[in-house]
Design a protein around this ligand. Structure first.
Ligand code: GLY
Length: 365
């Protein structure tokens, strides 16, 4: 018997352990959100930081721009916005203070995709991902290779670390441990930039993994999507999250629907979240029901103690967003909270923020 061989007794023990885990976690009672209006297309859905982005995407699609290009045009707003510290310019850096961006695009009509990961010094990684999709026969470029590719295509290099993001990074670095050489300055916490960050994200959650995902559905049901991010704040240099991984941070199938996620990237990677949502829609679930079903799988797949609370539920939140070929939209999260919403815009209407459905209620966001 090799080390890897599992005896029948071990198998039964493992099965019993998994069943015990399921019993500890308990069945999630999904809280569904209200239906999101009639099915006028084009329509775009995104994470809550995409209220302006979904409007741009819908306007572009109404003018004849393909959904994937419209999605990239929409997310260019948060990519350029220094007040969104989870995306593009002003994004929170890695643990060495370097901003490394991940992005991907997918076109449902052709099933082509493009992505870049750990890209430095380029403000609009989603536009580089679009060029990877259209100007190469590959899907994913990383690091120095991605930067050289961007340079080749005329993208301009710039410093993406704003003074605010530098201060937030330094605050994290100085307060992360008492066993290193870095001492916090007690006056630091009163700095308006630090106060701004704490108000927005909470002191306890010092490492936001915000992102923008945008799924777009054109007038005839054509589909495209994009996800772009600075990734988990203060990550290990070179860490790549779910956002640029096709099937995880985004996926679309022109005959079914489009989906993507924001939040704890590693949880989304191991459950291949976006692809799972699209497959549930293929089986006939609404976008919201598909997101909830995919998140139930994420909960079942969260088996490591350090990722689970005392009741066996995932500690981290993950949000999924989806639009169907017919133009239905929906979103769901593992946990409820003030920031558990999504942005949606339909042709002829103003963009709106809607409540996402969720599996577990959290008293405080
Ligand atoms: N979901 C973004 C990240 O984990 O990088």
């Amino acid at each position: 018997m090799t080390d890897k061989t599992i005896t029948r007794r071990e198998l039964i023990a493992t099965t019993a352990k998994v069943a015990a885990v399921a019993a500890t976690v308990g069945p999630a009672v999904a809280q569904t959100a209200k239906p999101a209006g009639t099915l006028v297309r084009p329509v775009a859905v995104s994470s809550m930081n995409g209220l302006a982005a979904v409007k741009v995407a819908v306007e572009k699609m109404a003018a004849g721009v393909p959904p994937v290009d419209a999605a990239v045009a929409g997310v260019a707003l948060p990519e350029a916005d220094p007040d969104d510290v989870t995306v593009g310019y002003g994004g929170l850096p890695n643990e060495e203070g370097v901003v490394q961006l991940d992005a991907a695009v997918m076109d449902g009509g052709t099933m082509r995709a493009g992505a870049v990961a750990a890209l430095e010094r380029i403000k609009h990684p989603a536009q580089v991902a679009l060029d990877v999709m259209r100007r190469t026969n590959r899907v994913l470029l990383v690091g120095e290779g991605a930067l050289r590719f961007a340079r080749t295509h005329g993208f301009v290099e710039e410093n993406l670390l704003t003074d605010r993001s530098r201060k937030i990074w330094l605050y994290w670095k100085e307060n992360a441990s008492q066993r290193d050489d870095w001492l916090p300055d007690p006056r630091e916490v009163d700095d308006p930039d630090i106060q701004w960050f704490i108000k927005k994200y909470g002191d306890a959650i010092l490492r936001p993994s915000g992102t923008i995902h945008l799924s777009a559905c054109g007038p005839g049901g054509q589909l495209g999507c994009c996800t772009t991010t600075s990734g988990l704040a203060f990550k290990i240099p070179g860490r790549v999250g779910d956002s640029p991984l096709i099937g995880c941070g985004l996926y679309c199938d022109g005959e079914v629907g489009s989906a993507g996620g924001t939040g704890h990237g590693e949880s989304n990677i191991v459950s291949v979240g976006a692809h799972t949502v699209v497959e549930f829609m293929r089986q006939g679930k609404t976008p919201e029901a598909a997101c909830l079903a995919a998140l139930e799988r994420v909960v079942r797949n969260t088996k490591l103690d350090y990722l689970r609370d005392e009741k066996g539920r995932p500690k981290n939140n993950l949000l999924l967003y989806a639009v169907s070929h017919a133009g239905e939209v929906g979103s769901a999260a593992i946990w409820s909270g003030e920031r558990v919403k999504y942005a949606m815009c339909r042709a002829g209407s103003e963009p709106q923020l809607l409540d996402s459905a969720y599996l577990f209620h959290r008293d405080k966001a």
